[in-house]
Write a protein that binds this ligand. Structure first.
Ligand SMILES: *[C@@H]1O[C@H](CO)[C@@H](O)[C@H](O)[C@H]1NC(C)=O
Ligand SMILES: *[C@@H]1O[C@H](CO)[C@@H](O)[C@H](O)[C@H]1NC(C)=O
Ligand SMILES: *[C@@H]1O[C@H](CO)[C@@H](O)[C@H](O)[C@H]1NC(C)=O
Ligand SMILES: *[C@@H]1O[C@H](CO)[C@@H](O)[C@H](O)[C@H]1NC(C)=O
Ligand SMILES: *[C@@H]1O[C@H](CO)[C@@H](O)[C@H](O)[C@H]1NC(C)=O
Ligand SMILES: *[C@@H]1O[C@H](CO)[C@@H](O)[C@H](O)[C@H]1NC(C)=O
Ligand SMILES: *[C@@H]1O[C@H](CO)[C@@H](O)[C@H](O)[C@H]1NC(C)=O
Ligand SMILES: *[C@@H]1O[C@H](CO)[C@@H](O)[C@H](O)[C@H]1NC(C)=O
Ligand SMILES: *[C@@H]1O[C@H](CO)[C@@H](O)[C@H](O)[C@H]1NC(C)=O
Ligand SMILES: *[C@@H]1O[C@H](CO)[C@@H](O)[C@H](O)[C@H]1NC(C)=O
Ligand SMILES: *[C@@H]1O[C@H](CO)[C@@H](O)[C@H](O)[C@H]1NC(C)=O
Ligand SMILES: *[C@@H]1O[C@H](CO)[C@@H](O)[C@H](O)[C@H]1NC(C)=O
Length: 823
C-alpha cells in the first residue's frame, strides 16, 4: 500500500492500522496482540518496570504502589500496597519517581468511627491476595486482603479506578467494620519528597483535590503537580482532611510546608478524605485527573477525557490504542514458542511507555510546540529506544524531536535526562546530539526546525554550561585544545562531577561525529570538517601498550583506553575495573566514581561506532578484534543489563563476522530476556532492555546516530513493519527458518529479489517497504564478510546517508570537509 505524503497523519495511521489489522486477522482470526503482552516482565529483582495501566506515551500511569523496590510503583517482589497513584516512570535506575497523591480505599472504619480508620502509610499498608494480580496493556487489577478488588485503567491525563467491595456481609479479620467506604488521598509521592502542599475536600460533591511541590527523582529543582478526584457510585456521607493519623471533619482545606531543615522530620501524611454510604452496586469509581498546570486543569482533563466514569469504555479505548500501536509489527510466528512471541510484544510495549506526552501541561514556558517529558535518560535511550520509536511510530518520534528542540529553545540546552519538568543528570556526553542526528538522517522532518536543532547540537559542542551535571558538556576548553577530557582537568568555565574522563571522551567524540553528519546534510561544510576531526579524539586516551589481567591471568589483549592527564602523560585504571569481575558498582555517578561510567575500560574501548575500521586496525587487525570481542562476551567481563553492552553484541559485523552477531543475540535471548517477572537483566530504563530484545529479535540492529542497520536473521520466519509516514510495509523473511534455532547463519540474501551481499542496510529499506530474504544455514558462510560488504567507517569507506536522503560516502564526507578546510 502506498499513500501520498500529504494525507494527514491520523488518516495515514488509521489506514495503516486497518491494513495491518486485516492482514493479521486474515492470518489468524483469534490473534490479539495484547494476549502476548505481559506487563509484569521486569517487575521483580530490580527491573523496576511500571506494571500498571498507561496509554502509549501517556502521562497518566495508574498503579498500586508497593512498600519495597517501588521505583516503578508496583513490584511483584515489593511487598504490600501503600495506595494507588496516578503517574509513574518505568524502569528507573535511581530512586523512585512520581507516585504522587496516593488514593487509598477502606470499606469502613472500626465501630463506624472515622478516626479509627487507617491514615498513615505505615498503618494503611495492606497485602494483596496471592494470585489476584491481573495485568494487561491499559489495565491492572489486584485484590487487597481487605477484600477490596481494585481495578484501574487510564486516559491520557486521568486515572480511573473501580473499587469493588464485598458488601455488608464482608468481614475480613481485623478489617471487619460497618460498611461505609472511606477514600483518602495522601499528599505524598514515592520518594517522600514533598516540599509543600494543599489538600481539599468538597462536602457537597465529595471531590478531593490538591496540589503539591515535589523533587524529581534523578535531577535538580522541584515540580508542582495537581490532582482532582471525583467519585461515583455512592452518596457522600462526610468529608474532611487529615494530618498524620488525625482526621477531622471540621476543616475542608489543609496546607503543609515541609521546609526540609537539616535532619528534617519525616514528611507526615497529610491529605483529604471522603466517606460514603454503602454503594448501591458495591462499587465506587474514582476518577483522578492530574495536571502540572492547576487543579482546575486536573479537573477539566478528567471531565473532558472521561465525562461519564465509564470504566469499560475507557479500558476499551486504552486497549485499542495499544493494539493500534503494536499492530505496526506483524510476524509470521509459525514454529515460534509463545514465550518468544511474548518477549517480542512485551518488549515493544515497554518501549512505548515513555517519553510521555505532556503537551499543554508545561508551566515553564508558553509554546505551541509539543512537549514530551520523562526522557529518562537519553544516555540510555539514544542507543535503541529512539531508533525503535522511529521505526514503529515515526510520527511520535517527530513530536519528540520537536519537543527536544523546543527545550533547547527555552532552556538553552538539550537535555541528557529529564523528568517531571526538571533537568536530570547527565551521565556522559551530550547524547541528545545522537538522537537528533539519528532522526535527521532517517528523514524525520515534518515541521521540525532543523536549523534550530543544529544550533542546539553546536551549542553542546561549543558552549560549556555553568552546571554540566545537568546539561551540555564539561571540560570543553581542554576538549578543544587537547582532544580529550583530562582526568585531572582544570575547568574554570563550569562545574560538574570530575569523573568519567575516559567514557566522556569517547562519547564526546561520537557526539561530534553525529554533529558532523548533520553539518554535512545541512550544508555547513566547515563544521563538517571540524567535527569530523574531533570524531577521532577517542584515540587520544588509547594507550597502545596497556595490558590487562583477568582473574589473575593475562589473556593477551594489548591496548586499552586509560586515564590521561593535562600534561599528556597517562595514568592507570585497571581495564577490568567496574566490570562484573572487579568492583562492579564502583563507577556510578558520584564523586568517588572512576574514569569510566557504569562499565569497564574493556567495554568502553569498543565504543567507536563512527570508525570501527580504525579501531580494528588499532587493536591489531580483524582476527585480534574478533577474538577480543568474543572474549568480552564470554569471559564474564560484560554485563548485558546496562545499555552500553547492546552495540557490542552486533559489532562482529565490522570484523566481517556477522554470524557471530547472530550467535550472541541468541546467547542473550531468551536466557537473559524472558517472560518471567525477573525476565530482564537490568533495570529497564524506560524500555531500553525491551528495545534491545525487540530489535535483536526483529533482525536489523540500528547503529544509533547513523543511517545503518546491521543485518541478522529475525527470530521468526518473517517480520513485517509498516511505516506510519509512507504507509509502506517492509519485510524480512528467513528461508530455511527452523524453530530450534540451529539455522541462524545467513548463507545468502536478496533485496527485492536481487542478490544482496552487504551485511548492513539503510533506513530507506523501511520507508520504501522493501523485502529482504535471508537464506539460513547451520554454519557460518562467507556472506557479508568481504571488505566491501562491511558497514561504513569514517576512516575507510563508503556510503552512509548524510542528511535528507542524499547519498554520500563517508569518505566523501571527510574529503569534502578536508578540501573546504584548506580554502
Ligand atoms: C503481608 O504478608 C506477609 C506474609 O504473610 C506478612 O509477613 C506481612 O506482615 C504482611 N504485611 C502486612 C502489611 O499485613
Ligand atoms: C503466594 O504464593 C506463592 C506460591 O504459591 C508462595 O510462594 C508465596 O509465599 C505466597 N505469598 C504470600 C504473600 O502468601
Ligand atoms: C490480611 O492481612 C492481615 C495482616 O497480615 C492478616 O491478619 C489477615 O488475616 C489478612 N486477611 C486476609 C483476608 O487475607
Ligand atoms: C492521547 O494523546 C495522544 C497524543 O499523545 C492522542 O493521539 C490520543 O488520541 C489521545 N488518546 C485519547 C484516548 O484521548
Ligand atoms: C511550594 O514549593 C514550591 C517549590 O519550592 C514553591 O515554588 C512554592 O512557592 C511553595 N508554595 C508554598 C505555598 O509554600
Ligand atoms: C539535501 O541537502 C542538500 C544540502 O546538503 C541539498 O543540496 C539538497 O537539495 C537537499 N535535498 C532535499 C531533497 O531536500
Ligand atoms: C607505554 O607507552 C607509554 C606512552 O607511549 C610510555 O610512556 C610507557 O613507557 C610505555 N610503557 C611500557 C611498559 O612500555
Ligand atoms: C603529569 O600529571 C600527573 C597527574 O597530575 C602527575 O602524576 C605526573 O607526575 C605528571 N607527569 C609529568 C611528567 O609531569
Ligand atoms: C573469572 O571469574 C569469574 C568468577 O569466578 C568467572 O565467572 C569468570 O568466568 C572468570 N573469567 C575468566 C576469563 O576466567
Ligand atoms: C530470565 O531472565 C533473567 C534475567 O536476565 C535470568 O536471571 C533468568 O535466569 C532467566 N530465566 C530463564 C528461565 O531463562
Ligand atoms: C510462515 O512461515 C512458515 C514457516 O516458515 C511457512 O511455512 C508459512 O508459509 C508462512 N506463512 C505465511 C502466511 O507466509
Ligand atoms: C566505494 O565507493 C565507490 C563509489 O563511490 C566505489 O567505486 C568503490 O568500489 C567503493 N569501495 C568499496 C570498498 O566499497
Amino acid at each position: 500500500m502506498y499513500i501520498r505524503t500529504g494525507l494527514s497523519v491520523s488518516v495515514l495511521d488509521t489506514l495503516l492500522f486497518l491494513s495491518f489489522y486485516i492482514l493479521v486477522n486474515a492470518q489468524n482470526a483469534s490473534f490479539d496482540v495484547l494476549d502476548y503482552v505481559n506487563p509484569l516482565i521486569g517487575t521483580a529483582n530490580g527491573g523496576h518496570v511500571f506494571a500498571g495501566a498507561s496509554l502509549p506515551f501517556g502521562m497518566a500511569k495508574s498503579s498500586p504502589d508497593s512498600t519495597d523496590d517501588n521505583q516503578g510503583g508496583f513490584a511483584t517482589d515489593g511487598g504490600a500496597v501503600t495506595g494507588f497513584s496516578h503517574m509513574h516512570d518505568s524502569g528507573t535506575g535511581g530512586s523512585q519517581s512520581l507516585g504522587n497523591f496516593q488514593l487509598f480505599p477502606q470499606s469502613g472504619c472500626p465501630g463506624d468511627d472515622f478516626t479509627r480508620c487507617k491514615w498513615t502509610k505505615n498503618d494503611r499498608t495492606t497485602n494483596y491476595t496471592n494470585g489476584s494480580v491481573e495485568a494487561r496493556p491499559g489495565y491492572f487489577a489486584l485484590t487487597l486482603n481487605t477484600s477490596i478488588r481494585a481495578e484501574m485503567t487510564v486516559s491520557n491525563r486521568t486515572a480511573l479506578y473501580r473499587f469493588t467491595f464485598q458488601g455488608s456481609n464482608s468481614s475480613s479479620g481485623s478489617h471487619s467494620a460497618p460498611y461505609s467506604p472511606l477514600m483518602l488521598v495522601d499528599l505524598t509521592d514515592l520518594p517522600n519528597s514533598r516540599i509543600n502542599g494543599t489538600a481539599q475536600s468538597d462536602p457537597e460533591t465529595g471531590r478531593l483535590s490538591g496540589t503539591g511541590a515535589f523533587s524529581p527523582s534523578f535531577g535538580v529543582g522541584s515540580y508542582i503537580l495537581n490532582f482532582c478526584a471525583d467519585f461515583k457510585g455512592a452518596s457522600v456521607r462526610r468529608t474532611g482532611v487529615f494530618d498524620n493519623n488525625r482526621p477531622s471533619t471540621a476543616n475542608n482545606v489543609i496546607h503543609t510546608v515541609d521546609d526540609g531543615i537539616d535532619g528534617s522530620p519525616e514528611i507526615l501524611p497529610t491529605g483529604s478524605w471522603v466517606q460514603f454510604d454503602a454503594p448501591q452496586n458495591n462499587e465506587i469509581i474514582a476518577r483522578v485527573g492530574v495536571s502540572f498546570i492547576s487543579i482546575d486543569q486536573a479537573c477539566s482533563n478528567a471531565q473532558n477525557e472521561i465525562p461519564d466514569f465509564d470504566f469499560e469504555g475507557t479500558r476499551q479505548s486504552a486497549e485499542d490504542a495499544w493494539r493500534k500501536k503494536l499492530s505496526v509489527v506483524s510476524v509470521n510466528a509459525t514454529g515460534v514458542s509463545n514465550e518468544l512471541q511474548e518477549v517480542l510484544y512485551s518488549s515493544l510495549y515497554r518501549s512505548m511507555l515513555s517519553p510521555q506526552d505532556y503537551t499543554g501541561e508545561n508551566y515553564l514556558w508558553n509554546s505551541s510546540e509539543p512537549y514530551y517529558d520523562s526522557y529518562y535518560c537519553i544516555w540510555d535511550s539514544f542507543r535503541s529506544i529512539h531508533p525503535l520509536i522511529t521505526l514503529l511510530d515515526p510520527n511520535s518520534q517527530t513530536l519528540m524531536i520537536r519537543s527536544l528542540i523546543d527545550i533547547y529553545r527555552h532552556l538553552g540546552k538539550l537535555p541528557d535526562c529529564r523528568m517531571s519538568l526538571c533537568k536530570g543528570y547527565t551521565q556522559g556526553g551530550s547524547n541528545a546530539d545522537i538522537v537528533l542526528a539519528d532522526s535527521y538522517l532517517k528523514g524525520i522532518n515534518q515541521d521540525v526546525d532543523w536549523e534550530t536543532g543544529y544550533e542546539a547540537v553546536i551549542s553542546d559542542a561549543e558552549v560549556e554550561p555553568q552546571n554540566w551535571n545537568v546539561e551540555g558538556r564539561g571540560g570543553l576548553e581542554s576538549w578543544k585544545r587537547l582532544g580529550y577530557v583530562p582526568t585531572d582537568d582544570y575547568d574554570p568555565n563550569g562545574s560538574g562531577t570530575h569523573t568519567r574522563s575516559i567514557s566522556r571522551t569517547v562519547e564526546y567524540a561520537y557526539d561530534d561525529f553525529c554533529i558532523a553528519e548533520m553539518a554535512k546534510g545541512l550544508g555547513h561544510s566547515s563544521d563538517n570538517v571540524k567535527y569530523t576531526r574531533r570524531a577521532s579524539n577517542w584515540k587520544n586516551m588509547y594507550l597502545a601498550n596497556q595490558t590487562s589481567s583477568v582473574n589473575g591471568t593475562d589473556p593477551g589483549f594489548v591496548g586499552f583506553l586509560q586515564p590521561r592527564y593535562l600534561n599528556q602523560t597517562f595514568g592507570f585504571q585497571d581495564p577490568t575495573l567496574c566490570s562484573p569481575l572487579n568492583d562492579f558498582t564502583g563507577c556510578y555517578l558520584n564523586p568517588d566514581g572512576h574514569e569510566t561510567y557504569e562499565g569497564s575500560s574493556w567495554l568502553y574501548t569498543f565504543f567507536v561506532p563512527q570508525d570501527m575500521a580504525a579501531l580494528i586496525e588499532t587493536l591489531g587487525g580483524k582476527q585480534k578484534f574478533i577474538d577480543r570481542l568474543t572474549y568480552l562476551h564470554t569471559s564474564g567481563l560484560l554485563y548485558i543489563g546496562d545499555e552500553q553492552a547492546f552495540l557490542p553484541v552486533f559489532q562482529f559485523h565490522y570484523g566481517g563476522r556477522p554470524a557471530l552477531s547472530s550467535h550472541f543475540a541468541h546467547y542473550y535471548i531468551p536466557s537473559q530476556f524472558n517472560t518471567t517477572n525477573v525476565g530482564i537483566p537490568g533495570n529497564d530504563d524506560s524500555g531500553a532492555m525491551g528495545s534491545f530484545a525487540a530489535l535483536s529479535m526483529m533482525g536489523l540492529w540500528p547503529v544509533s546516530g547513523q543511517n545503518v542497520y546491521l543485518i541478522t536473521p529475525p527470530f521468526f520466519p518473517s517480520v513485517s513493519v509498516g511505516n506510519g509516514q509512507t504507509g509502506r510495509t517492509a519485510t524480512i523473511r528467513n528461508i530455511n527458518f527452523d524453530s530450534g534455532y540451529s539455522n541462524i547463519y545467513i548463507q545468502s540474501a536478496t533485496l527485492n529479489g536481487k542478490p544482496y551481499t552487504k551485511n548492513w542496510i539503510t533506513h530507506d529499506f523501511w520507508t520504501n517497504g522493501d523485502t529482504l530474504e535471508l537464506t539460513l544455514g547451520p554454519k557460518e558462510s562467507s556472506w557479508g564478510q568481504a571488505d566491501e560488504d562491511l558497514p561504513p567507517s569514517l576512516s575507510t569507506t563508503n556510503a552512509t546517508t548524510a542528511g535528507n536522503g542524499t547519498n554520500v560516502s563517508m569518505g566523501e564526507l571527510v574529503m569534502e570537509g578536508l578540501r573546504t578546510a584548506r580554502l
